[in-house]
Every structure is written in structure tokens, then in C-alpha cells.
Design a protein around this ligand. Structure first.
Ligand code: ADP
Length: 228
């Protein structure tokens, strides 16, 4: 495997013989911001799911953090997922847990000590400007605040890559900008980010590498529709 964190080689994923994505080749390296763009149904979520190994390719090979889809050993998928953080469009916070608990949970599950958990969660909440919200419940927060909690949760276990699926899809323009800025900050810290969005204009062109998907295939930038 090359030193890429993520490498897709000739990847296809079909459902009932219909390819959701096919002929996909790309790499993602440490500290890269990769924006996966394209219209609804183009295959963005399918690609993120393949990176997370929530799904396996029906053709080709997916390599993530040293683990290869064609040579999976017991424990590989769980081990790979521990190196990945995920952010969703609909936040997916636990409604009956506080902000602190939502962010802390991945660390508690992985066996960190209470002192380690407290230190890490307090520091991330400060970074996300959410310290004053740590005892609040998700329903008491704005959408933008909930998404910042979700970003903190994705980062808490020091992932090598963060996957964000339409992370600004439910947010107003100002909150969207804030979330994109947080993702850019994550990249400056050395973590790779893959963000799927139907609207690539959310991300400043100079700060990311853009992959455009159309009907399950990557499109050459010269052939992009009006998006860029
Ligand atoms: P996007 O995220 O760009 O909106 P998706 O990756 O969700 O696109 O979907 C790509 C295509 O694959 C769509 O035609 C969708 O209907 C199909 N698809 C995705 N997941 C499944 C599934 N589990 N079963 C059947 N078809 C699926």
C-alpha cells in the first residue's frame, strides 16, 4: 500500500446489478481536504460508506489506513473505524445525553480514564466555542451548535481522517461557514477530511481538492457542470 490514507483502485459498488459507483480511482493523503461533490444520487454517500468500510466494493479495491478490502482479517474493520471520525447532515447526537457526554462517549467506550476524557473533551469544547454548553442537551442547541458538537465528537479519539456527509445540509449560511472553517482547522492540524456536498461553493477553492461525481463516475474537472 502507498502512503495514502485512502486509496480507491477501480472501485465499483452495485446494488441489484445496478452500479451506484464505478471505475473510481483516487487517493487521500494526511492533511488533505477533499471535497466530493455532485448532484443528489451521484454516489457521494456510497463512497464515504466504502471509506468507512460500512460497505465493501463489488469490484476493485478500497484501502483505508493500511487495511485493504480484498484482504480483510478479523478486527480490521473495527480497527480502521477507530481511526475515522464521522459527521452527518442530521447531527445524530444522543438526545438524552448532555453535550459533554455526547463528545465523551467514543473515549469512554475505548477505555480512556475519566481524567483523560475530561481533559480532552474540555479542550475540544473550548476549541468549538461550546464550553458554556457542556451541560446542555441537544434539543437546547441551535443546528449550528449541534453540528459543532458532532464535529467535536468526530475528533475526540484523534482520528486520521474525518468523513463529513453534507455536514452543512441542515444549516443556515453563517453556521455552514463556521462548520467549514472548523473542518479547515482540522486539516491544518494534520487530519485529512473528506466532505461530501452537493454545493462545492461552500468550500474556498484554494483550500481543498475537488472530486466531482456524476451518475456514479468521477468527472474530469474540464467537464464539470456549472458548479466550478
Ligand atoms: P448521493 O450521496 O450522491 O446522493 P448515494 O451514494 O446516496 O448518492 O446514491 C447513489 C446511488 O446508489 C443512488 O442511485 C441510490 O439510489 C443508490 N443506492 C445507494 N445506496 C443503496 C442501497 N443500499 N440499495 C440500493 N441502492 C442504493
Amino acid at each position: 500500500m502507498s502512503d495514502a490514507l485512502v486509496k480507491f483502485t477501480g472501485v465499483a459498488r452495485s446494488y441489484s446489478d445496478w452500479p451506484a459507483v464505478e471505475g473510481i480511482d483516487f487517493e487521500v493523503r494526511s492533511g488533505e481536504f477533499v471535497v466530493l461533490s455532485g448532484p443528489s444520487g451521484a454516489g457521494k454517500t456510497t463512497i464515504l460508506r466504502l471509506v468507512w468500510m460500512g460497505d465493501l466494493p463489488t469490484a476493485g479495491r478500497v484501502e483505508v489506513c493500511g487495511c485493504s478490502s480484498d484482504r480483510l482479517r478479523p478486527g480490521d474493520v473495527a480497527g480502521t473505524r477507530r481511526r475515522i471520525g464521522i459527521v452527518f447532515q442530521d447531527f445524530r447526537l444522543l438526545p438524552d445525553r448532555t453535550v459533554f457526554d455526547n463528545v465523551a462517549l467514543p473515549l469512554i467506550v475505548s477505555g480512556s480514564s475519566p481524567a483523560q476524557v475530561r481533559k480532552r473533551v474540555f479542550s475540544l469544547l473550548a476549541e468549538m466555542e461550546l464550553s458554556h454548553r457542556r451541560a446542555s442537551f441537544p434539543h437546547e442547541l441551535s443546528g449550528g451548535e449541534q453540528q459543532r458538537v458532532a464535529v467535536a465528537r468526530a475528533l475526540v479519539a484523534h482520528p486520521e481522517i474525518v468523513l463529513a456527509d453534507e455536514p452543512t445540509g441542515n444549516l443556515d449560511p453563517e453556521s455552514s461557514r463556521l462548520v467549514v472553517d472548523l473542518l479547515l482547522g482540522i486539516v491544518r492540524g494534520g487530519t485529512a477530511v473528506m466532505m461530501a456536498t452537493h454545493d462545492p461553493r461552500q468550500v474556498p477553492p484554494e483550500s481543498a481538492r475537488f472530486l466531482f461525481l456524476e451518475r456514479g463516475r468521477l468527472v474530469n474537472p474540464a467537464e464539470w457542470p456549472e458548479a466550478r
